[in-house]
Design a protein around this ligand. Structure first.
Ligand code: ARG
Length: 470
């Protein structure tokens, strides 16, 4: 492709060192979509005849079919996906193929391909987030009355509905989806026409290319357009943060599935055994997800480090953006998919969670609130209940069993009605402020999420990304 200036061939070692076809081949459909749109602009500018344009389109579509079918032969000598496709095209259709790269550089070509790829993937990932949210809402709905202790510091705190706990993850995932949708705004800008760095003296209709590729806008600085990958960095961050949320959920599932908690049972299909200990049933999916989150962070760090200190404009370093990007996308897609499947089959052991949630100390805060309602300042109430807790621990008498006289020896504000507070059901019902886990609040939230997550008939996810006819 650059043979004019050189006298010697590239060394084998350098070819192997510099090739990216072993991983960027997966951009082929985006590369071809971009090339067809570029050829349309060349045709509109009179650089390609209608016949040449038709031959290019036909040739590229044929190449795409062969790559789809696995019959296309890639060559490491041709370095990357762009040159592999262009060279195959020229071999097949001759001169018209050799005109395709007019007013284009691989620098703006790769910037375009990555944007097209990221755009498709972001939409897929958002779809998978919806799938996991739906599974979480489904599990919450199946166990709507299950009560669990809510924890801080992994110490029992106050009772909550299990559904409330799961819906916390639905909220986190909702923000993850919103962050991805926001990234999409910056991804969805068309860079082709920026050339190697300074556009071209052959001026093409960039807006036409944008329209053909369904980009709402075009980039407005050629140097920026080919040299920055900030849109990849923010995508990797959004994915890493979604991974953080999945990793926290993993940790909960791992704890819940342990004998010590026993809160949930995972399906055999989503657990593994031990090669040595016959009794084991391990929550590997959750452990792997927790572990893979490390790669998501690593990929983000790789990319940020890659960009830092690059002089303007394109530098070959940028080729190193692809593997972290592909890896993060593959990893998060799998993790979301497998988690959705696992959660859909997860069962809550409601009698076990109820027993744990019936720990009288979970209602200590409720007792303090009771005193506050009788006019005791909260700090004093807190101290009184602290002393009562010590009394209960020392005597082995649960809050419910302590006689009224004893209560009154700690505070004169206690009356007979204190016992009605000491009940998990009452305690949950009382938490009815916005965002708190009263059963009616949780029921409303479940209804809201079900409505929100129901597939919308108007959005057809299969056709949205398809290249319009040119
Ligand atoms: N494979 C290259 C990349 O991923 C494409 C652009 C190459 N440009 C160049 N001038 N060598 O960045």
């Amino acid at each position: 492709m650059w043979k004019g200036r050189f006298e010697k061939d590239t060394s084998d070692l350098v070819q192997r060192y510099g090739e990216s076809i072993s991983y960027d081949w997966r951009l082929y459909s985006h590369d071809i979509r971009g090339s067809i749109a570029h050829a349309s602009a060349l045709n509109a500018a009179g650089i390609l005849t209608a016949k040449e344009f038709a031959a290019i389109k036909k040739g590229l579509n044929q190449i795409e079919k062969e790559i789809d079918a696995g019959t296309f032969e890639f060559s490491i000598g041709l370095e990357d996906i762009h040159m592999n496709i262009e060279s195959a095209l020229t071999r097949r259709i001759g001169a018209a193929g050799a005109k395709l790269h007019t007013a284009r550089s691989r620098n703006d070509q790769i910037a375009l391909d990555i944007r097209l790829y990221c755009r498709d993937e972001v939409r897929e990932i958002i779809g998978l987030i919806r799938k996991l949210q739906t599974a979480l809402v489904g599990c919450a709905g199946r166990h709507q009355s299950a009560v669990v202790p809510g924890y801080t510091h992994l110490q029992r705190g106050q009772p909550v509905l299990f559904a409330h706990h799961l819906l916390a993850y639905v909220e986190m995932l909702e923000r993850d989806a919103a962050r991805l949708a926001d990234c999409l705004k910056r991804i969805n800008v068309m860079p082709l026409g920026s050339g190697a760095l300074a556009g071209s003296t052959i001026v093409l209709d960039r807006k036409l290319v944008a329209k053909l590729l369904e980009f709402p806008t075009v980039t407005t600085n050629s140097m920026d357009a080919i040299s920055d990958r900030d849109f990849v960095a923010e995508l990797l961050f959004a994915i890493a943060l979604a991974g953080t949320h999945l990793s926290r959920l993993s940790e909960d599932v791992i704890l819940w599935a342990s004998a010590e908690f026993g809160f949930v049972s995972l399906s055999d299909a989503h657990t593994t055994g031990s090669s040595l200990m016959p009794q084991k049933k391990n929550p590997d999916v959750a452990e792997l997800t927790r572990g893979k989150t490390g790669r998501l962070y690593g990929n983000l760090m790789s990319l940020l480090t890659l960009l830092k200190g690059l002089p303007m404009t394109y530098n070959r370093d940028l080729q190193e953006d692809k593997e972290p990007l592909f890896d993060s996308i593959d990893t998060i897609r799998m993790a979301l998919d497998v988690f959705a499947e696992m959660v859909a089959a997860m069962k809550v052991n409601e009698s076990v969670t109820l027993k744990a949630a019936s720990d009288p100390f979970l209602l200590a805060t409720d007792l303090a609130d009771y005193l506050v309602k009788k006019g005791v300042p909260f700090r004093n109430a807190h101290e009184v209940i602290g002393q009562l807790t010590a009394h209960s621990l020392k005597s082995g008498i649960a809050f419910q069993e302590i006689p009224l006289e004893t209560y009154r020896s700690f505070s004169g504000a206690f009356e007979q009605d204190l016992y009605s507070v000491l009940n998990v059901t009452t305690a949950l019902k009382a938490r009815k402020g916005i965002g708190a886990p009263s059963p009616s609040n949780v029921a409303n939230e479940l209804k809201k999420w079900k409505r929100q997550l129901a597939p919308k008939a108007s959005v057809n996810r299969n056709t949205r990304n398809r290249m319009p006819k040119v």
